[in-house]
Design a protein around this ligand. Structure first.
Ligand SMILES: [Zn+2]
Length: 257
């Protein structure tokens, strides 16, 4: 009995020590995300960035996508997405990845998909293949440097890309089927309204650099969830996207599911 008591005393002392040690390291007010090695994303090869998610051939899925970030409003968007257990895809501008590396790291750590949107938002219909490849590879490297993993998908700025660029790509191309025109209206209500056109398999185009888009998100997510939608990344929606192929939609669950 004595030895058991000593063990108990030792255990409580250890627990107390842990609590005290914890006091010296206050938890941050905002979640900083897992380090890359804790999420299995460190090598960036063969390890999926996020889990497979719901089976979009069976249940209604939609891929919400956000272009032109990261920016000063992105972190509040990440919090709204977390509150609704929604995963999304972010198409990043390379020169802003190096400006806001912590936000990009946080996007990846929270299970969102990271896409390449060129280094300086170039129209790939207007520049040479070599120049386009420089835009993309510089951005790939910046994202890999920050998150530990290369992007898994790309979206050409303005949704325009020539066939010769297409053939040179080693990433799948994500276009969209629902344009919210959030960049044009800058009106949260109109952005919410635009999402009424979402059907199973839709890819929705938005931009996380506009405050009105972030403002639209709680209602848009609530409305879509009430209609039975699951919020997934582009790769989860499509299933197994192929490099050099463009996707406007993903898998579509049969009506009634
Ligand atoms: Zn763009």
């Amino acid at each position: 009995m004595v030895s058991r008591l000593r063990v108990l005393q030792f255990l409580s002392a250890s627990a107390l020590a842990l609590v005290l040690a914890g006091c010296g390291a206050p938890l941050s007010a905002t979640w900083q995300g897992f380090p890359p090695d804790a999420t299995g994303q460190a090598d960036g090869k063969d390890t999926p960035r996020a889990d497979a998610g719901p089976d979009c051939a069976q249940v209604k899925c939609v891929a919400l996508t956000f272009d032109d970030g990261p920016g000063p409003h992105t972190e509040s968007l990440l919090d709204v997405l977390d509150e609704h257990e929604a995963k999304a895809t972010f198409f990043l501008i390379g020169k802003d990845v190096v400006k806001f590396p912590d936000i990009v790291r946080d996007e990846a750590a929270r299970g969102h998909e990271i896409g390449n949107h060129t280094w300086s938002h170039q129209d790939l219909a207007k520049i040479s293949v070599a120049a386009g490849q420089r835009e993309l590879s510089k951005t790939d490297a910046a994202i890999k440097e920050v998150t530990g993993a290369a992007p898994t998908v790309m979206r050409p700025p303005y949704g325009t890309i020539r066939e010769d660029h297409m053939k040179s790509l080693d990433l799948p191309v994500a276009m969209w089927s629902v344009d919210t025109f959030d960049w044009k209206t800058r009106d949260a209500k109109k952005t919410v309204k635009a999402a009424e056109k979402v059907v199973p398999g839709s890819i929705v185009l938005m931009h996380d650099i506009h405050p009105s888009t972030i403002e639209a998100m709680p209602k848009m997510l609530t409305d879509l969830k009430a209609r039975g939608f699951h919020f997934v990344t582009v790769s989860q929606l499509v299933g197994d996207p192929k490099p050099g192929t463009d996707y406007k939609t993903g898998r579509q669950a049969a009506a009634g599911n």
